[in-house]
Design a protein around this ligand. Structure first.
Ligand code: SAH
Length: 260
C-alpha cells in the first residue's frame, strides 16, 4: 500500500478517460519518451501500450522507483532522481516527447529551467505535455491586455508555442488536490529572439511587473533612463500599464537594454 507524500506533491491521476486522452494527444509509437514523476505508473502503463521505442522515467521517490521496477521490469528505464538536477540532454541521442504530471511546487521551476537551457539548434525535446494547476496554466497561456498576463507567459512564449488541451477536475486525482488542473502542450519555436544573457529578459519583466497596476513610466525610466530613442522606435506609450505590452515588445526591450 502506497501512502501519498505531500512533500513530493503526490496526487495520482486515477481517471481512466483522462489517462487515455493524454496518450492520444500525440503519436507515441516508435518515439522516445521521457516521463517525469511517474508515481505509481498510471500514465506509464498507457504510454507503454502505445509502443514507444525508448522510454525513460525520472522519479524522485525511492519507494515508488522500486515499485515501478517491479511493475514494469525492463520495459522502461527508471532513473531514481530529481528532475531539477538532471541534464536531460545527456540522457539519450534522440528528441523526447515529455509527459509530466508534475508536483505543483516545482512545475514552473522546471519549465523555466527547460526554456532557459533550450538552444535553437539542438532541441532535446519535440513536445512537452505537462499538467499545471489551472491558475498557473491560465497565466502561461494568457495574452497581453488580460489580467493574468505577465512574466510567466512572456518567458514561455519566448521559445515555446503553447496550447491548452483541457482542464482536469481535482476529483480525477487521488488524493484529491485543492485545485483543478490544466493540461498544456508545448512545442519549441523554430525561430526566437537571441539575447546576450536571458537573465536580462527576467530582469526586464521583473522590473516592469513589480508594480503591475502602475503606469509604465517609472519602470521604463529605471531601466532606460528616459531614453526617447527606445521609446520612439518601439512606439511605447508610457501611460499604459505593464500588461498592455505584447510579448514581442518585451523581447525587443530586452535587446535594447542589452545595447545600453
Ligand atoms: N504521474 C503520476 C504521479 C503524479 S504525482 C500520476 O499522474 O499518477 C507527482 C510525482 O512526481 C510523484 O510520483 C512524485 O514522487 C514525483 N516527484 C516529485 N518531485 C520530483 C522531482 N523533483 N523529480 C522527479 N520526480 C518528482
Amino acid at each position: 500500500m502506497i501512502r501519498a507524500k505531500k512533500s513530493l506533491g503526490q496526487n495520482f491521476l486515477i481517471d481512466k478517460n483522462i489517462l487515455k486522452k493524454i496518450v492520444s494527444i500525440i503519436k507515441i509509437k516508435n518515439k522516445s519518451i521521457l516521463e517525469i514523476g511517474p508515481g505509481t505508473g498510471n500514465l506509464t502503463s498507457y504510454i507503454l501500450e502505445n509502443c514507444p521505442k525508448k522510454f525513460f522515467v525520472v522519479e524522485k521517490d525511492r519507494n515508488l522507483s522500486i515499485l515501478l521496477k517491479k511493475k514494469f521490469e525492463d520495459k522502461i528505464t527508471i532513473i531514481n532522481g530529481d528532475i531539477l538536477k538532471i541534464n536531460e540532454k545527456n540522457l539519450y541521442n534522440e528528441k523526447f516527447i515529455v509527459f509530466g504530471n508534475l508536483p505543483y511546487n516545482i512545475s514552473t521551476e522546471i519549465l523555466a529551467k527547460w526554456i532557459l537551457n533550450l538552444d535553437d539548434k539542438n532541441f532535446w525535446f519535440d513536445s512537452l505535455i505537462l499538467m499545471f494547476q489551472k491558475e498557473v496554466a491560465d497565466r502561461i497561456i494568457s495574452k497581453f491586455n488580460s489580467s493574468k498576463y505577465g512574466r510567466l507567459s512572456i518567458l514561455t512564449n519566448w521559445k515555446l508555442d503553447v496550447d491548452k488541451i483541457c482542464d482536469i477536475k481535482s476529483s480525477s486525482f487521488f488524493p484529491k488536490p485543492k485545485v483543478d488542473s490544466s493540461l498544456l502542450l508545448f512545442k519549441p519555436k523554430k525561430i526566437f529572439h537571441q539575447f546576450k544573457n536571458p537573465k536580462n529578459l527576467e530582469k526586464i519583466t521583473r522590473v516592469f511587473f513589480n508594480q503591475r497596476r502602475k503606469k509604465l513610466k517609472k519602470p521604463f525610466n529605471i531601466l532606460f533612463k528616459d531614453n526617447t530613442e527606445v521609446l520612439n522606435s518601439l512606439k511605447i506609450d508610457l501611460n499604459l500599464r505593464p500588461h498592455n505590452l505584447s510579448q514581442e515588445i518585451y523581447y525587443k526591450l530586452t535587446k535594447e537594454y542589452e545595447k545600453l
